[in-house]
Design a protein around this ligand. Structure first.
Ligand SMILES: CC(C)(COP(=O)(O)OP(=O)(O)OC[C@H]1O[C@@H](n2cnc3c(N)ncnc32)[C@H](O)[C@@H]1OP(=O)(O)O)[C@@H](O)C(=O)NCCC(=O)NCCS
Length: 157
């Protein structure tokens, strides 16, 4: 089941995101702040976070929002699935849920930023598999040797 993210999900979401092993400690700290701000104010401003749950267990989440000062562009800021449950279709369902909701909200194009590091190779393959184009690379953006890779998908003609 995919449902709106609740404040009570935060500890499980931080734990499963940390447990994927691909995020740095400061990114987990940032996620804690993002979720707090989301429940406090950003949900009312149009940000969206959804949680994948099965039999009461939190399996993953996706966080997406409109890009300010654009004509209906959106960002997927976060997507993560519990490591023990990878490659079972949970991330695909979350991404497709986000795309459907963004389309319903008249979203035009969805952008995703990720890292060029080898630890993100399966993640990059995941976006390519879902029809995203690799549209840009910002060399050394995150750190020397760690570039930003930008993916994008048009959600309506
Ligand atoms: C990327 C992620 C959300 C995908 O979710 P998922 O439930 O594992 O993915 P699905 O089962 O729906 O899709 C599997 C496909 O995704 C890719 N993939 C991504 N991560 C994978 C993993 N750890 N194991 C296997 N396949 C993975 C493969 O291309 C696979 O397709 P294939 O089976 O044809 O090779 C998840 O693996 C994850 O949380 N990764 C770590 C966090 C992360 O990178 N988040 C995005 C930051 S930008």
């Amino acid at each position: 089941m995919i449902r709106p993210t609740a404040p009570a999900d935060t500890p499980a979401l931080l734990e499963l995101t940390r447990d994927t092993g691909v995020f740095k400690p400061h990114e987990i700290q940032a996620l804690d702040e993002v979720l707090a701000d989301y429940h406090l104010a950003n949900h009312a401003l149009g940000h969206r976070s959804v949680t994948s749950e099965d039999a009461g267990a939190v399996l993953g989440f996706a966080y997406y929002a409109p890009a300010s000062m654009t004509d209906c562009s959106w960002y997927l800021y976060w997507i993560a699935v519990r490591k023990a449950q990878h490659a079972r279709g949970i991330g695909s369902k979350l991404l497709e849920f986000a795309e459907d909701e963004i389309r319903r909200r008249n979203g035009r194009v969805l952008f995703i930023e990720t890292s060029s590091m080898p630890s993100y190779e399966l993640t990059r393959r995941f976006y390519l598999k879902h029809g995203y184009d690799q549209t840009a690379t910002l060399p050394d953006f995150y750190a020397d040797g760690d570039s930003m890779v930008v993916f994008c998908k048009r959600l309506r003609p």
